[in-house]
Design a protein around this ligand. Structure first.
Ligand SMILES: *[C@@H]1O[C@H](CO)[C@@H](O)[C@H](O)[C@H]1NC(C)=O
Ligand SMILES: *[C@@H]1O[C@H](CO)[C@@H](O)[C@H](O)[C@H]1NC(C)=O
Ligand SMILES: *[C@@H]1O[C@H](CO)[C@@H](O)[C@H](O)[C@H]1NC(C)=O
Ligand SMILES: *[C@@H]1O[C@H](CO)[C@@H](O)[C@H](O)[C@H]1NC(C)=O
Ligand SMILES: *[C@@H]1O[C@H](CO)[C@@H](O)[C@H](O)[C@H]1NC(C)=O
Ligand SMILES: *[C@@H]1O[C@H](CO)[C@@H](O)[C@H](O)[C@H]1NC(C)=O
Ligand SMILES: *[C@@H]1O[C@H](CO)[C@@H](O)[C@H](O)[C@H]1NC(C)=O
Ligand SMILES: *[C@@H]1O[C@H](CO)[C@@H](O)[C@H](O)[C@H]1NC(C)=O
Ligand SMILES: *[C@@H]1O[C@H](CO)[C@@H](O)[C@H](O)[C@H]1NC(C)=O
Length: 532
């Protein structure tokens, strides 16, 4: 076998001398390409193997053309339209009948060879089949090299969609893919010389910006909240923002807009990170603007959605304050009413005699009455005596059935005064104290009798007795009174009995109601008249 190859090799050398060699099917066939070219242009067909293509020694490479079943050797003669030099087969220029299979036989060793088959298809004029594989990139600027350039001093012209790109003669051009019209067919034409003749070779390729993968979503509103209320200041400029997520890599910002009463409005839109934001500006918002409903609409690939908001004037704090102060007044009034009604209520309930058990406390008197007997001012003295001895018994005892202990009326002569006061005080449920008259009458501090001291002691210290303070004349201040009494006045306010009032002795007057309210539960025989 090796011997045969050696023989063949020598045969090849021999053929070389005669410029061509008959084809013999003895080499390993490795690959085949297809080259698509245009009639009239020139083609420099390289042996598909890089090492093979650079072989200059003509005794190592043979080219054949397969036509029908026959395989014809190709010449090396320079005057042939199709001829070869080493690893390069020249078509100067191409003709339609050059279409066919071309075989390169490469003797890389004395007895070993490889064979490459290249299909050449010649078109009459440009055909889309000729395009090199599509180039799709995501980068912003693509450097693109002329695919037919062979670094043999060619002049280069560039075409985009078969229109000349002026002033571009470099082997590599920069294609700005972000520009809208970047996509298209880029053609590079190399003009080169061969033995004084000028030939053209061209290559075309479709180039495009690779799109990011778009993943549309159902429109998702980040704001506003559907059916929410926006408070605006009347007269000011209002900006309504709508922010929607439409999907991944979806940059269709026109898909989001504002509507008023179903008519589309002019808004400014922009991409805001992954979302589209549409801003509607209403200048000097008026009550009329607030009558409308504002809806933000979002349209993405498959879906349509909207959210609506209502505009309201911002509430001023005044009505709120008014409502609150109104409520406060009402509460005050209610409290006052309750207080005012309490007295009557209690008196009515008492008149139903359902609390009689309260009287079974072993006491004899409902109240012990004290007053300033030895009054320096005769007029006030008389008035006090009148009130204590006439009015009090008339109302509380005769009308209401209370039992009073009045010193000087109820004590028997000869009894031990101090012991009597102590005992009677203990037998009484209340202490009625008629305050001494005012300071201005005398200019000296009133001194109190013994019964006062006992009474104050029970009320303030032992706290086993309720007290009713009655004042017969107006007093602005009580500094002339003894300290114990002043202290009592701070805790209990006195009732003013007005002699001149038409109801001075009427049990249903305000004064007597207050007194009766403070008095214990009356005995069952009592009836102070109608309380309503
Ligand atoms: C090639 O074949 C032709 C015809 O078949 C023949 O005349 C010629 O001598 C052959 N050449 C070689 C080198 O064998
Ligand atoms: C090479 O070309 C021949 C003829 O067209 C074809 O039958 C064969 O499948 C091709 N081989 C490859 C690897 O493309
Ligand atoms: C070409 O190759 C042959 C065989 O390998 C060799 O004898 C010859 O010297 C080579 N010629 C040149 C110019 O390299
Ligand atoms: C191919 O066409 C050219 C020009 O038309 C002609 O000269 C040549 O003989 C043709 N070759 C074949 C094999 O038909
Ligand atoms: C290339 O362009 C230059 C200048 O325009 C010109 O002089 C030269 O002949 C051109 N070469 C070819 C191969 O067309
Ligand atoms: C070769 O290409 C140049 C530049 O593209 C063009 O001006 C010229 O007409 C072409 N020549 C031929 C023969 O196609
Ligand atoms: C966009 O996103 C970045 C990071 O998530 C964040 O820092 C930036 O504030 C966002 N911009 C806007 C306008 O929301
Ligand atoms: C929008 O609709 C509301 C209620 O339907 C109406 O009061 C208002 O006048 C309308 N506004 C416009 C601009 O049509
Ligand atoms: C907003 O509410 C309206 C009716 O209240 C409804 O038709 C609409 O689908 C809602 N929009 C969204 C995004 O939920």
């Amino acid at each position: 076998m090796a011997g045969l190859k050696v023989i063949l090799f020598f045969l090849a050398e021999l053929v070389m001398a005669s410029a061509y060699m008959n084809y013999s099917n003895q080499c390993e066939s490795i690959s085949n390409d297809t080259i698509k070219v245009i009639q009239g242009e020139a083609l420099r067909l390289h042996c598909p193997n890089f090492d093979c293509a650079n072989v200059k020694n003509n005794s190592k490479i043979f080219w054949f053309k397969k036509e029908n079943a026959k395989i014809q050797p190709i010449m090396m003669k320079e005057n042939e339209r199709v001829h070869y030099h080493g690893g390069i087969l020249y078509f100067l220029p191409l003709n339609l009948n050059d279409t066919g299979l071309y075989i390169t036989q490469w003797w890389y060793d004395v007895a070993q060879c490889d064979e490459f088959v290249t299909e050449v298809v010649v078109y009459e004029k440009f055909h889309p089949n000729q395009l090199y594989p599509i180039l799709s990139e995501q980068i912003h600027i693509l450097p693109y090299e002329c695919p037919v350039w062979q670094n043999t001093g060619e002049n280069i012209t560039w075409y985009k969609d078969f229109r000349l790109i002026p002033e571009k003669t470099d082997v590599i051009i920069q294609i700005y893919l972000l520009s809208k019209d970047a996509n298209g067919i880029y053609t590079c034409v190399c003009t080169w010389e061969h033995h004084g003749q000028v030939y053209n070779s061209s290559g075309s390729r479709y180039i495009q910006r690779k799109k990011e993968i778009e993943v549309p979503f159902r429109p998702t509103f980040q704001y506003p909240i559907n059916n929410s209320v926006d408070f605006v200041d009347l007269g000011s400029d209002v900006k309504l923002d709508c922010r929607v997520f439409l999907g991944i890599n979806i940059r269709e910002s026109k898909g989001v807009y504002w509507m008023r009463n179903n008519s589309r409005l002019d808004c400014s839109n922009r991409m805001d990170n992954l979302s589209v934001r549409s801003t509607l500006t209403i200048t000097q918002v008026s009550m009329k603007d607030l009558e409308n409903e504002y809806c933000c609409v979002a349209i993405s690939h498959y879906q349509w959605a909207l959210v609506c908001i209502t505009l309201r004037p911002r509430e001023s704090l005044l009505p709120v304050a008014a409502v609150f102060s109104g409520m406060f007044l009402f509460i005050l009034l209610a409290v006052g009413m309750v207080k005012w009604v309490t007295v009557d209520l209690v008196l009515i309930i008492r008149s139903f005699r359902i609390m009689q058990f309260k009287r079974n406390d072993g006491k004899l008197y409902d109240a012990y009455v004290i007053y300033q007997k030895d009054n320096p001012d005769e007029k006030t003295g008389r008035k006090a005596a009148y009130f204590v001895n006439e009015v009090l018994p008339a109302v509380l005892e005769n009308s209401c059935g209370f039992k009073l202990y009045i010193q000087g009326r109820d004590d028997l002569p000869g009894e031990d005064c101090t012991e009597l006061i102590e005992r009677k005080m203990r037998q009484s449920r209340r202490l009625i104290a008629v305050l001494p008259p005012g300071f201005n009458h005398h200019g000296f501090t009133t001194s109190l009798c013994y019964d006062w001291h006992v009474g104050l002691h029970h009320v303030l210290v032992e706290q086993d007795m309720g007290v009713i303070l009655i004042q017969l004349e107006d007093m602005k201040e009580y500094s002339h009174l003894p300290l114990g009494l002043q202290h009592l006045l701070q805790k209990t306010s006195p009732f003013r009995w007005d002699e001149s009032s038409g109801k001075a002795t009427c049990p249903t007057s305000c004064f007597w109601k207050q007194v009766r309210y403070k008095m214990p539960v009356p005995p069952d025989s009592s009836s102070c008249g109608v309380d309503f």
